[in-house]
Design a protein around this ligand. Structure first.
Ligand SMILES: Cc1cc2nc3c(=O)[nH]c(=O)nc-3n(C[C@H](O)[C@H](O)[C@H](O)COP(=O)(O)OP(=O)(O)OC[C@H]3O[C@@H](n4cnc5c(N)ncnc54)[C@H](O)[C@@H]3O)c2cc1C
Length: 333
C-alpha cells in the first residue's frame, strides 16, 4: 500500500495547485481522480475556452492553465492514480486515513485534502436493458488506455467532441470502428467533423446516422451489438462498445464519509478549510462557507491555507516557517 503525506482527491486545478503549496513545505502528495487525465472541469468541460480571471494571465485557455499547473508542480514529483473513483475513506485509531478506489487501489496518509469539484464525473449511460451486464466486459464509458483497443472491432456511440475525438484517435489503432449517432448533425468542433468525413471517405471507419444501439450480445464478453436505424435492425460484431455521451458530476461516495455536507458541498472552517473530521480538508468547488465563490483563484487561496494546517498535523504541532519563493526558490522533493 502506498503511503504519502497528503492524499488529494481530485486532480482539477485546485487539487493540482495544492501539490505546489504542499511542495513548498516539503510535503509529498498523491492525487486520485476518476477522469483519465488531470484538469477536472477545465479538461473535461471547457479545454479550449479562454479564462480571463487568473492573476497574471490576461487570458489563458483552460487546457493551457492545466499544462502550466502540471509543469509548476513537476519538481515536487506528485504521484497520480487516474481513472479510479475514490470509494471509501476510513480513519484508523492511529490517525491515518485509509483510502480505497473502486478498482481496489489503497493509499494511506495522515492528511486528506478533498478537491473533488462538483463531485465525480459519472458517464451518461444509454438506455439499453442489459448494459450493466457488459460493464468491464466490453462496455467502456471512458478511454483510459487506448492500447486496449488495438486491432479490436469498436462501436462508438455519440455525436459530441468526445465521441468524434476518440473515433479519430483510435482509427489508426482499431481494426474496425463504427460510429452510431442518434441524429444527422454532430455537436463537435468543425475540424473534428471534417476529419471524421475524411476518415469515412478513406474507409477507415463507418458512420451510421439516425440510429442507436439497442441490445448487447455475447457470452462472458461482448461479441455483437444490435443497431436500430430507419432501415431496420443491424447486428454488428464488436469487441468493445463505447457509449460516449459525456459525463455529469455527482457527489457520489463523498457523502458517506461522515463529513458535514450542505447542498452537495462540504462545510468547512474558512480559516483553514478544515472539515468536521480532523485531518480532512476541502478546497475548491467542493466546499462551502459564508461568502464562497466557485472560482479557480479562490480555490488556489484555500489550498494555500489548508496545507499550512496540514503541515501541523503531519509534523505533530510544529508550525511551518513562512518564506517567500523569491527567497527559497523551488527545491525538488
Ligand atoms: C464552462 C465553465 C466555465 C468556467 N469559467 C471559469 C472562469 O472563467 N474562471 C474561474 O475562475 N472559474 C471558471 N469556472 C469554474 C471552474 O472551472 C471551477 O471553479 C474549477 O474547475 C474548480 O476546480 P476544482 O479543482 O475544485 O474542481 P474540478 O475542476 O471540478 O475537479 C474536480 C475533480 O475531482 C474528481 N473527483 C470528484 N470526486 C471524485 C472521487 N470520488 N474519486 C476520484 N475523483 C473524484 C473529478 O473527476 C474532477 O476531475 C468555469 C466552469 C465552467 C463549467
Amino acid at each position: 500500500m502506498d503511503k504519502t503525506d497528503i492524499i488529494i482527491i481530485g486532480a482539477g486545478p485546485c487539487g493540482l495547485f495544492t501539490v505546489f503549496e504542499a511542495g513548498l513545505l516539503k510535503l509529498k502528495c498523491h492525487l486520485v481522480d476518476y477522469l483519465p487525465a488531470p484538469g477536472g472541469q477545465l479538461s473535461e468541460i471547457y479545454p479550449k475556452k479562454p479564462i480571463y480571471d487568473i492573476p497574471g494571465h490576461p487570458m489563458i485557455l483552460a487546457k493551457d492553465l492545466v499544462s502550466n499547473l502540471l509543469e509548476q508542480i513537476e519538481p515536487f514529483n506528485p504521484q497520480f492514480t487516474l481513472g479510479e473513483r475514490v470509494e471509501s475513506l476510513e480513519k484508523s485509531e492511529a490517525g491515518m486515513f485509509l483510502l480505497k478506489t473502486h478498482t481496489g487501489t489503497t493509499l494511506q496518509a495522515p492528511v486528506v485534502i478533498i478537491a473533488a469539484g462538483l463531485g465525480c464525473f459519472e458517464p451518461r449511460k444509454p438506455e439499453i436493458s442489459n448494459l450493466s451486464e457488459y460493464e468491464t466486459k466490453g462496455v467502456d464509458y471512458i478511454v483510459k488506455e487506448p492500447e486496449l483497443f488495438r486491432n479490436k472491432k469498436l462501436v462508438i456511440a455519440g455525436g459530441g467532441d468526445s465521441a468524434l475525438d476518440w473515433c479519430i484517435h483510435l482509427s489508426d489503432l482499431a481494426e474496425q470502428i463504427t460510429l452510431v449517432h442518434r441524429r444527422t448533425e454532430f455537436r463537435a468542433a468543425p475540424e473534428s467533423i471534417s476529419k471524421l468525413a475524411e476518415l469515412e471517405a478513406e474507409k477507415k471507419l463507418q458512420i451510421i446516422l439516425n440510429a442507436e444501439v439497442t441490445e448487447l450480445k455475447g457470452d462472458q464478453h461482448l461479441q455483437s451489438v444490435a443497431i436500430k436505424s430507419e432501415t431496420g435492425i443491424l447486428e454488428l460484431e464488436c469487441d468493445h462498445f463505447l457509449p460516449l455521451f459525456g459525463l455529469s458530476p455527482k457527489l457520489g461516495p463523498i457523502s458517506d464519509w461522515g463529513l458535514a455536507v450542505d447542498k452537495n458541498a462540504i462545510t468547512v472552517n474558512p480559516t483553514d478549510y478544515s472539515t468536521n473530521v480532523e485531518g480532512i480538508f476541502a478546497v475548491g468547488d467542493i466546499n462551502t462557507y459564508e461568502g464562497k465563490l466557485k472560482l479557480i483563484l479562490c480555490g488556489f487561496h484555500e489550498a494555500t491555507l489548508a496545507v499550512q494546517s496540514a503541515y501541523k498535523i503531519i509534523h505533530k504541532g510544529q508550525k511551518p516557517s513562512f518564506k517567500y519563493t523569491t527567497v527559497t526558490g523551488i527545491n525538488k522533493i
